[in-house]
Design a protein around this ligand. Sequence first.
Ligand SMILES: Cc1cc2nc3c(=O)[nH]c(=O)nc-3n(C[C@H](O)[C@H](O)[C@H](O)COP(=O)(O)O)c2cc1C
Length: 220
Amino acid sequence: MNVTDAVLSRRSIRAFSDEPVSLDVLRRVLDKARMAPSGCNFQPWEATVLTGEPLKALQAKMLASQPQDPEEYNWSAPMQSPRHAARLQELGGLMYGAMGIARDDAAGRQAFMNQNVTSFGAPVLLVCYFERFMESPQWSDVGMWLQTIMLLLREEGLDSCPQEWMGLYARLIKDHIGVSDETHLLFCGLSIGKRLDTAVNTFDRPRVALDEQVKFVGFE
Ligand SMILES: Cc1cc2nc3c(=O)[nH]c(=O)nc-3n(C[C@H](O)[C@H](O)[C@H](O)COP(=O)(O)O)c2cc1C
């Protein structure tokens, strides 16, 4: 698989098969992902990877509890801007539409979003966190690390879904995996496994046109 194939075939998977993923494959991917870039080579990312009983026990705890208050961080700031809010609305329409969940079916939408807790059926969950003193440049470094992992997973025939949703249970998750809430911020989960060929994994994902995002200057 070349880089273009990896980039274009990666998508956020929201229905996984329960086929296990071996430790060897995960170690191979995460070992290569160490080469992701980071400002000043700080490498701010940290993670715990769960599968089997420890993952099931964590999911049972999340299912039995309420989202934490206050939230770990504000994921929704872009909603202040109409053009960003419209992008989320468009995504929601396409995703729920693909599953036949109506726009006004709040309970159906909530029930689907709650499947974040069980990683949409994925057998592996990587929990990504870093030290609280990290600032926005380091958050962006962590994003590059995560994308590197997601692309390497494609090369192994695997899929993923990054999940800010896990931040809603940040304290509970950190307690479960033995990470200090005082020192560390939980950024997201990354569910890992193999995609199922279902509508929620195949709808077209919209993107802003290139020339609306990028200016090219000085070219002939
Ligand atoms: C940091 C991050 C957190 C995300 N959190 C969630 C989440 O909690 N639940 C979810 O279903 N999708 C989540 N997504 C997936 C986005 O909705 C998705 O990347 C976006 O709609 C673009 O679609 P694509 O990944 O399929 O290309 C997240 C993506 C990123 C990068």
